[in-house]
Design a binder for this molecule. Structure first.
Ligand code: OSB
Ligand code: MG
Length: 374
């Protein structure tokens, strides 16, 4: 039985090693939202709410999530008995629209607590089967094609198994082409537009076809499933949806409409692990590959992503780069690393997500904290 009796929210600040630019904004410091959950039997689990600083990726921010957790979500779990962590999402979602990243933070923390209660690795409680997950890197928009080539070349040398390049109008065809020319036809290359294009750009996006990208992620607006379907009929590069997929039904819509051929699953974006697993299963049944996206998580959110990415249909490399890609120092021990084959290892020898939170360092970095008890 899972009963949460204490929930603490914290905000910590972590500076990225270098600023990261996507089509809708630049980020140089993360305001990370951490959740610490304690069960009636004294087990403590952790999670991270991945909402951003600005509402440029989704409508949520760390501040809206904090508000939602305090006002509507924490009261729905504190003191409640759940037979299984898979029941938590329905309790959070009932008559509360949206706020999926806030819901995910709470829900994923409950899964971690449940895994620790049962003495099981979180990966295995979720249905994970892999011991290692192939890793990709996401490279921000650079000033010149040469600068992007240089970044991509370094990433290949480090062993990354997939290179994702952020693109926007003016920094697309020439940039992608330069990387393909410099690094050869065998490299798993993809582009992510974060909704920077319109259907009227189809002719321009078709110029990416000769570079044989494994996919183009979210070219159009998050609401534009129908237009993605039209675009997919006009270009050969497979479309992967990120922002658009916020539920199992939206994934089903994508499949039925032909709006995309691949899904990037970010558990925060869809409300947590239970929905992620359902999307994973639906995609598996329909021959749609999935991979685990990233939101510049600290070592805590990364632990949740690695556990999820160990499920069998996560057949493409995930945005689960090692700690050193982002931070001078992470908040978990050991830090996340990647082996020279570009694989991150799934911790299978400890209950829960399998790395320990450096609570002293988290305390030092905390700028805001609030706690509720049943
Ligand atoms: O679109 O996948 C995205 C980061 C912030 C917001 C959106 C996205 C991203 C990334 C980062 O691509 C991937 C990572 O965490 O390494
Ligand atoms: Mg994306």
């Amino acid at each position: 039985m899972l009963t949460i009796t204490r929930l603490a929210l914290r905000e910590i600040h972590l500076a990225l090693k270098e600023p990261f630019r996507i089509s809708s904004g630049t980020i140089s410091q993360r305001r990370v939202c951490l959740l610490e959950l304690q069960s009636a039997d004294g087990v403590v689990g952790w999670s991270e709410c991945v909402a951003g600083e600005q509402p440029n990726y989704s409508p949520e921010t760390i501040d809206t999530a904090w508000h939602a957790i305090r006002e509507w979500l924490a009261p729905r779990v504190l003191g409640q008995e759940f037979a299984h962590p898979g029941d938590v999402f329905a309790a959070l979602d009932h008559h509360v629209r949206g706020h999926l990243m806030a819901k995910a933070g709470v829900e994923m923390g409950c899964w971690d607590v449940a895994a620790r209660q049962q003495g099981m690795p979180l990966s295995r409680l979720l249905g994970g089967t892999r011991d290692r997950v192939p890793t990709g890197i996401s490279i921000g928009i650079q000033r010149t094609p040469d600068a992007l080539v240089e970044r991509a070349r370094n990433a290949v040398a480090m062993g990354y198994r997939k290179i994702k390049m952020k693109i926007e109008p003016g920094s697309d065809v020439a940039f992608v082409g330069a990387v393909r020319d410099a690094l050869g036809p065998g490299l798993h290359l993809m582009a992510d537009a974060n909704s920077a294009y319109a259907l009227t750009d189809a002719g321009h996006l078709k110029e990416l076809d000769p570079f044989h990208l494994i996919m183009i992620e979210q070219p159009l607006d998050r609401e534009d499933l129908l237009r993605h379907a039209k675009l997919q009929r006009l270009i050969e590069t497979p479309i992967c949806l990120d922002e658009s997929i916020t539920s199992v039904d939206r994934a089903a819509d994508m499949i039925e409409l032909g709006a995309g051929r691949i899904i990037n699953i970010k558990p925060g974006r869809v409300g947590g692990f239970t929905v992620s697993k359902r999307i994973h299963d639906l995609c598996q049944a329909n021959g749609i590959p999935v991979w685990c996206g990233g939101m510049f998580e600290s070592g805590v959110g990364r632990a949740h992503n690695v556990a999820l990415a160990s499920l069998p249909n996560f057949s493409l490399p995930g945005d689960v780069s090692p700690s050193a890609r982002y931070w001078e120092r992470d908040i978990v021990n050991p830090e996340w690393t990647m082996d020279d084959e570009g694989m991150v290892h799934v911790p299978l020898h400890a209950p829960g997500f399998g790395v320990s939170v450096d609570v002293g360092r988290v305390d030092d970095l905390t700028v805001r904290r609030e706690e509720w008890r049943a």
